[in-house]
Write a protein that binds this ligand. Structure first.
Ligand SMILES: [Zn+2]
Length: 290
């Protein structure tokens, strides 16, 4: 399954996808959106998922099958990075954006059947000297016109096709893409992004929290969010829970609780993105905390 390195850094995410792979019908969204500051890690996770979807042999970190090798060398014919500098049709002279021609190329390629699991990773990218560096999508490099030309195929892709969208901030992408995708926050391990100072006080009670206190707890968080914004507060809650997860890795009760509650934080974000009153979203989250 996932490489040890990714498993250690992204326990929650990798566990989630591994469970999806194990399920009988390989439950996996057709369109997956990663967001957070660390685009290189988002790209690594997307490539690793592409590898696991295409591996025909051992499914492990060291598998040397043709598909795994191709993907490690970024040579796989069905695993394509789509950026302003990657995978452009020959008649495409756009330099600064993912173009409608690229979108058309993808749609044409999907008309043919394939034995592979096709994966398209949408991101921005640039060359820094010899090094290719993935960057996040935003409205400057991924225009509405291009995004809109993809909507139908994202919604109803052919079998065995997965799209990834990588971005720093979900608000940099069109609502129409967000609403068709399953979103995952990929935490950054840069010190400044791991901050959880605004929720620390409230969350110091988290592991001892009793059901009767849930609404008060939600109210405290809601008050903080009025000052700092609910997105920041929910991100910091995720950071705090991930920090707690590390220090409670041997405690199976705490670990199960934290993993469960991390999903609820993601759900609260989705509710708020779908214009549900933040106070209700916080209450719903806290009442369901395990
Ligand atoms: Zn393999």
């Amino acid at each position: 399954m996932f490489t040890q390195d990714l498993k250690e850094k992204y326990y929650f995410l990798t566990e989630y996808f591994e469970q999806g792979f194990k399920s009988s019908n390989r439950e996996l969204a057709h369109s997956i959106l990663f967001y957070g500051h660390d685009i290189e890690s988002q790209y690594a996770i997307a490539m690793e998922i592409a590898r696991l979807l295409n591996c025909k042999e051992f499914q492990n970190e060291n598998c040397k099958c043709l598909n795994c090798n191709w993907i490690r060398e970024k040579q796989h014919p069905a695993v394509l990075t789509i950026s302003k500098i990657d995978n452009k049709p020959s008649d495409d002279d756009s330099k600064t954006v993912i173009s409608v021609k690229q979108s058309q190329m993808i749609k044409n390629s999907l008309l043919n059947t394939s034995d592979y699991h096709r994966v398209f990773i949408f991101c921005d990218a640039e060359m820094r000297g010899e090094k290719w560096v993935p960057l996040g999508l935003n409205e400057t490099n991924f225009h509405a016109e291009t995004a809109n030309s993809l909507l139908k195929v994202i919604e109803e892709p052919p079998e065995n096709t997965t799209f990834f969208f990588l971005t720093r901030d979900k608000n940099d992408l069109l609502e129409t893409i967000i609403s068709r995708s399953q979103s995952f926050f990929v935490p950054s391990y840069d010190v400044e992004d791991k901050n959880h100072s605004t929720v620390e006080d409230v969350f110091s009670q988290y592991l001892e929290l009793e059901r009767k206190d849930s609404l008060d707890f939600a109210q405290d968080l809601f008050l903080i969010s009025k000052e700092h914004g609910s997105e920041k507060v929910l991100n910091e809650i995720q950071n705090y829970l991930l920090f707690l997860l590390k220090s409670n890795f041997e405690n199976s009760y705490a670990k199960a609780k934290i993993l469960n509650d991390l999903k609820l934080v993601e759900l609260a974000k989705q509710m708020i993105n779908n214009h549900i009153n933040p106070q209700l979203a916080f209450e719903d989250m806290c009442l369901n905390f395990r």
